[in-house]
Design a protein around this ligand. Structure first.
Ligand code: 0A1
Ligand code: ZN
Length: 880
């Protein structure tokens, strides 16, 4: 490591701020290379805490400081490269600070920067300190008045948080606007936008009769791609009133879409800033999945208005307080808008693909971490997705009404406060008069619990006993794991495929339930059901009631039985995944032993019975027919062998395609619709099943019919979902057919930067022999830029994160490519660089040869001059 100043922050060191800020006045004179920021902070000493005022600052040029209007002598303050300390201040005063910043040079995209010539900000987590000196911590909450001056011609739109209270035209072609936000907020929710933007407008009439002006600002020419996001916003506003009784609290709500953005979107008070990828959609440019994602992200950011903004986090260790809860809320919203089981399946797929590996690897941390070096590295699947699972378990334990009572009490107690995860759990406890002390362990203990199950049926006593054992593996830095309180939902499926009534021993009074949530909170526990008149197949962890890894003694027959009969859609799908994973792993062993692969047709037959079941929702059937990913299967191995998994999975897929050829053709033909494209869930489900069928047909080499269908679909489809599904298959075909399609796509969409991201990604995940060579060539394509996070993720991220068989190539060139990319990006955008790193952290699960190469690349990254904190933290933890 060279030139890195490492300073770990610990939760146990939390102390309240020495000064509070009651109000902030900000003035911006906006110029791309030289912006002058003046702040007037109305300060009050915090009576509980002594010490000087310490303000954070990063890459700021200090011009002057005044206290109550008087210039402060230089001896009264001290400055280093990250802070400004002012001693001897009166208990209340107004501190005036003038600074200069250079937005044009800001390639980190934190603080104030330029995107396509427009000024915009990103302050979470610690970007505000790159705008002005300030106590940049979420427990300092203030009201804001913001005045900005800019060139009228080039930057006609001037926006900030709250309400527009004044505006005018100045001299020399300048104009100005003043905004006031009446709600106290931490500075990470501050936002400013100045630019030349088109506006798509609508309005919302709230349940209590308030009118809210809704505006989406986009680059000129994109106005026709805002309708879906706007509709999603209005549905979110209505849903939050109906489900949680939460109304919007201002008369204006703005969304701005920018092309250069590190994440998906940001919930700044009343001025959400979005990655344009998460707003813009039309049938010709966005896939069904992207429409769904836009809906979810618009909802997520809107829901933050209460869970995050009105009640915020005391410190960044509490990040899951707002993120876990808000993800849970957006998941519930999507379930209500679309198919609940399909949504649950998609969320579990994400959790298993992203959070489980994180929790089993070197970056494992609890949903409330205890230490970090760079907070930007903690916007993780654990904080977000596992955090949402923890909230979901509370709702499972308390019931929907009990959960709602807890949420109501949380807002009653903590509105306009910065609080902790503990405060949320206490509100749940107090509102329901329950004790969740044991449950709290989910907040502090890292790792995915593993639950082993065995069962027995007592023919004589007609009882069924389920034995559960839990164990959480020792994760990085956390020894001595304790048993968790796991809500485990189970059912018993009878021979006729119907659920049996459940009577738990000792609870004879309760009858009629066919699903029951058991309280499993010890290392080992047995649960006996009585009056079970036949030997059932148990259905365990229904609807994924807890985020665990389940190991069972199911026979292949049991899994097929559940695949065809389980009334719980999630468990039915999970049985299918489980079975397919088993088959692929068996074949991997065969490949490794060098013997001939054999195809087992039982799985395809169980799928065939699902295809024949006309009661199934097409969107669900599409999930049933989608094999587990290469990563997921490899994750189940002691030593991952991606090449063998890829080979086995392809063999299985082709076998199924051959066996169910007629069914897939029929699914494809019958699902054809002649109506115009609509992004709604039902239509999307129909396209999903057709494209899954096409994917199977596409695995059959030398099948001209399948190829004709794919090429035909590429050429005639009227929407991006179908076009992209076909292009993905074609891009993995060597020779002219793939090249031709890629060329035509490039020509058709070269003007649309978001669509070009798809073009980059589809080539990065291709199976052709020299995918990496292709990716390297594309780095010099005029549409590619290292400065644009979407481009980097589409091309580099897709190759290293979504093409495991190529990334782990035996010659190590995939690893070298990733390390080179990270080293290059470290100097441009450390956040993006560090987020790309995770695939290298998986070295422990590889064989000795791959391990050596991966570790060498991590070391090469660590040896880089001027390594950012972001990259240093992830690389050093990955190697440790
Ligand atoms: N709070 C936003 C996401 C976000 C997080 C971090 C960022 O910079 C480090 C930017 C945005 C959300 O949950 O949507
Ligand atoms: Zn969020």
């Amino acid at each position: 490591m060279k030139n890195v100043q490492v300073n770990a922050i610990h939760l146990k060191d939390y102390i309240a701020p020495s000064f509070l800020v009651n109000h902030v006045d900000l003035e911006f004179i906006l110029e791309p290379k030289k912006t002058i920021v003046t702040s007037w902070l109305k300060l009050t000493r915090n009576p509980d805490v002594g010490g000087p005022l310490v303000l954070d600052g990063d890459e700021l040029r200090l011009l002057s400081i005044k206290v109550d209007g008087k210039l402060l002598e230089t001896s009264k303050y001290a400055q280093d490269n990250s802070s400004l300390t002012v001693d001897g201040l009166p208990d209340t005063c107004v501190l005036e600070i003038k600074t200069e910043i250079d937005p044009a040079l800001n390639t980190q995209l934190e603080g104030l920067y330029l995107s396509g010539g427009n000024f915009c900000t990103q302050c979470e987590a610690e970007g505000f300190r790159r705008i002005t000196f300030y106590p940049d911590r979420p427990d300092v909450m203030a009201t804001y008045t913001v005045t900005m001056h800019a060139d009228l011609k080039s930057h006609p739109v001037l926006l900030s948080n709250g309400n527009l209270i004044d505006q005018g035209v100045g001299k020399n072609g300048k104009h100005w606007a003043r905004w006031h936000d009446p709600f106290p907020k931490p500075c990470y929710l501050f936002a400013l936008v100045a630019g030349d933007l088109a506006c798509y407008e609508d309005s919302y009439h709230s349940g209590s009769g308030q009118d809210v002006a809704l505006k989406i600002f986009v680059e000129h020419g994109n106005e026709d791609k805002c309708a879906y996001a706007m509709d999603a916003l209005k549905r979110s506003m209505r849903w939050d009133e109906e489900r949680f009784g939460l109304e919007y609290d201002l008369s204006i709500f703005n969304i701005v879409a920018v092309s250069d953005f590190n994440m998906g979107a940001m919930e700044n008070k009343s001025l959400n800033i979005f990655n344009s990828k998460c707003v813009l959609a039309s049938s010709d440019t966005a896939t069904d999945l992207e429409f769904e994602r836009i809906e979810a992200i618009v909802a997520h950011e809107y829901f933050h208005n209460w869970t995050g903004n009105r009640v915020t986090c005391r410190d960044w260790f509490q990040l899951s307080l707002k993120e876990g809860l808000t993800v849970y809320r957006d998941q519930e919203f999507t379930s209500d808008m679309r198919s609940a089981p399909v949504k649950r399946i998609q969320d579990v797929r994400t959790l298993r693909a992203r959070q489980f590996p994180e929790d089993a690897g070197p970056l494992s941390h609890p949903i409330r971490p205890e230490t970090y070096i760079e907070i930007n590295n903690f916007y993780t699947a654990t904080i977000y997705e596992k955090g949402a699972e923890v909230i979901r378990m509370m709702q499972e334990i308390l019931g929907r009404d009990g959960f709602r009572k807890g949420v109501d009490l949380y807002f009653e107690r903590h509105d306009n406060q910065a609080v902790t995860c503990e405060d949320f759990v206490v509100a749940m406890e107090d509102a329901n008069d329950v004790d969740l002390k044991h449950f709290r362990l989910w907040y502090s203990q890292a790792g995915t619990p593993e639950v082993d199950t065995t069962w027995s049926y007592d023919e004589v006593n007609k009882s069924f006993t389920l034995n559960l054992t839990q164990y959480t593996p020792v994760a990085h830095g956390q020894e001595g794991k304790r048993p968790l309180h796991i809500p485990m939902t189970v059912g018993l499926v009878g021979r006729d495929g119907k659920d049996l009534p459940l009577i738990l021993e000792g609870e004879e009074g309760k009858q009629g339930e066919t699903s029951k949530t058991l309280r499993f909170d010890q290392e080992q526990q047995s649960f006996t059901f009585i009056s079970v008149d036949q030997c059932p197949v148990p259905s365990i962890n229904r609807n994924f009631s807890s985020p665990i890894k389940l190991s069972t003694t199911y026979s292949d027959d049991d899994l097929r039985f559940l695949m065809e009969n389980d009334s719980d859609a999630f468990s039915r799908w999970d049985a299918s995944q489980n079975y397919a994973t088993r088959l692929v792993l068996r074949m991997v062993k065969t490949i490794q032993e060098g013997t001939e692969l054999e195809y087992d047709s039982n799985y395809a037959q169980a799928l065939a019975r699902n295809i024949a079941d006309e009661t199934l929702d097409p969107a669900f059937l599409a999930q049933m027919l989608s094999l587990p990913s290469i990563d997921y299967v490899a994750e189940q191995m002691q030593v991952a062998d991606f090449a063998a998994v890829d080979q086995a999975r392809t063999f299985l897929k082709a076998g199924i395609a051959r066996e169910l050829y007629e069914q897939f053709l029929e699914l494809y033909m019958c699902g054809k619709e002649n109506t115009a494209y609509s992004p709604d869930a039902v239509s999307a489900g129909k396209r999903a099943i057709r494209n899954v069928a096409l994917g199977f047909l596409g695995t059959l080499k030398n099948d001209p019919k399948g190829l004709d269908l794919i090429v035909g679909q590429y050429e005639v489809s009227d929407n991006m979902t179908d076009r992209m599904a076909a292009l993905t298959l074609l891009a993995s075909m060597e020779g002219e057919v793939g090249e031709k399609a890629l060329k035509s796509f490039e020509q058709r969409y070269s003007h649309d930067t978001l669509v070009m991201d798809k073009w980059f990604a589809v080539q990065a995940i291709s199976k052709i022999p020299d995918t990496l060579g292709q990716v390297k060539n594309l780095l010099t394509h005029p549409a590619f830029s290292y400065k644009n996070p979407n481009k980097v993720r589409a091309l580099i991220g897709s190759f290293t994160g979504a093409n495991p068989a190529k990334f782990h190539a035996d010659n190590g060139e995939g690893y070298r490519f990733l390390a080179d990319s990270i080293i290059h990006l470290n100097g441009i955008n450390p956040q993006v660089a560090s987020r790309l790193l995770s695939p290298l952290g998986g070295w422990r699960r590889m064989d000795g040869n791959h391990q050596k190469m991966m570790k060498a690349e991590l070391q090469r990254i660590l040896d880089t001059e001027n390594l950012s904190k972001d990259v240093f933290e992830v690389a050093s933890k990955s190697l440790a």
